[in-house]
Design a protein around this ligand. Structure first.
Ligand code: PMP
Length: 397
């Protein structure tokens, strides 16, 4: 029997499509292409020897081979509660901390816990693709509120609510947005938290990049201002994604509901990687030095990329301020269409992600996301030279 004639998949998956851009991006792995498309932290900066030593010592105890508690290994939750208490400026109890398989799993479990089918979810435009995938797969109606240089346009969210479209959940990447590069201003943070309390919706503050600031620390988390804000963070960008250690700080009743679903999803995380993460996160002196190194290296790369773009394109290609995180969002001011540009750019040996890949309501056809984390400054300069060559070949709209 041909595969298509077997039983159908769930109807709620009908809205999920694979994009042509994703298919094109598979070509970015070619060895002669400098890829600014990937969105990966630099593996060369990850603390491999430290991780190996922590694994070795964890494996001396057979308990590490066992299942662990669904909300996370106790000592890891203790360490995270300490870190989050400092970040949020209030005592965070262990019962409010829940460890997930990367923060991506927190998004996925929260979608099940907080959303009924057809519920309204607000995301930022451009949006983090991983959040779009989760909310669409959950059968939510996804509505977008644009970003500007201060982050989410909370005034437009208020307008949406005034028009009778109250969301169940608002998702925000408050620091060094993926893909938009921006950080939400303190006044927007307060306004978003106040709106969540007034209109009784949840905010998911998705913050994997907050520690990667270059010149000055990020503002207080949105979660500082209200218990309606669930805060997600992750070890992926500060230690290594392979640990698959993310965490959530949420009211206890949310954590209890997430626990029931986590048991259905995977029973528990890995005791081994959680013990490794515990040892590294608890060693605050070493961790501080390690994160400082990552910041310094990424800052030099971000500056090299933005300087090269400015030298090569002047005002024709405007970049977001590269003040932290992993991405620069750049917009052509002369009508260059980035989806059309991508095949030519691949021919000249450079890759980026066209804005259209992150678009929800606004097409972002003149925008692109460039990731600066994995290439040395001179390689980033060469990438921009190649980009300029591709643009010179492209017809201007
Ligand atoms: N949220 C955002 C905004 C991200 O960019 C990412 C990683 N690309 C994640 C969540 C998921 O990260 P992880 O599951 O590795 O913690």
């Amino acid at each position: 029997m041909p595969d298509e004639e077997t039983a159908p998949l769930a109807g709620k998956l009908a809205g999920l499509t694979s994009s042509a851009i994703r298919d094109l991006l598979k070509l970015t792995a070619a060895p002669d292409v400098i890829s600014l498309a990937g969105g990966l932290p630099d593996a060369a900066l990850m603390p491999g020897p430290r991780i190996a030593a922590a694994a070795e010592s964890a494996l001396h105890s057979p308990a590490v081979l066992q299942y662990t508690e669904s909300p996370g290994w106790g000592p890891l939750r203790d360490v995270l509660a300490g870190r989050e208490s400092a970040r949020l400026g209030r005592p965070v109890g262990v019962g409010e901390v829940f460890v997930t398989h990367g923060s991506q799993q927190a998004l996925s479990l929260l979608a099940e816990v907080l959303l009924d089918p057809g519920a309204l979810v607000v995301v930022e435009d451009p949006a983090y693709i991983g959040a779009l995938q989760v909310f669409r797969a959950a059968g939510a109606q996804v509505v977008a509120v644009p970003l500007d240089s201060e982050g989410m346009r909370v005034d437009l969210l208020e307008e949406l609510i005034a028009a009778g479209r109250r969301p169940a959940v608002v998702h925000t990447v408050s620091n060094f947005h993926n893909p938009g590069g921006v950080t939400m201003s303190p006044r927007r943070r307060r306004a978003l938290a106040a709106a969540a309390e007034k209109h009784r919706f949840w905010v998911i503050e998705d913050d994997p990049y907050g520690e990667l600031w270059f010149d000055r620390p990020t503002p207080e988390p949105v979660a500082t201002y209200s218990p309606a804000v669930i805060r997600l963070s992750s070890a992926s960008k500060i230690l290594a994604p392979t640990l698959r250690v993310g965490w959530m700080v949420a009211p206890k009743r949310v954590c209890r509901a997430v626990e029931l679903l986590k048991q259905g999803a995977d029973l528990c995380g890995s005791a081994l990687t959680q013990q490794i993460a515990t040892e590294l996160l608890a060693d605050t002196e070493w961790l501080g030095g390690h994160i400082d190194t990552v910041r310094r290296v990424y800052a030099a790369r971000a500056t090299a990329l933005v300087d090269a773009v400015t030298d090569e394109f002047g005002d024709r290609l405007r970049c977001s301020s590269a003040s932290g995180g992993m991405f620069v969002w750049a917009e052509f001011t002369d009508g260059t269409d980035t989806t059309e540009l991508l095949p030519r750019a691949l021919d000249t040996g450079v890759a980026f992600v066209p804005g259209q890949a992150f678009a929800v309501a606004t097409p972002y056809s003149h925008a692109m996301r460039m990731c600066f984390t994995t290439a040395a400054p001179e390689v980033l300069g060469e990438a921009v030279t190649r980009l300029a060559r591709a643009v010179a070949q492209a017809p201007v709209a």
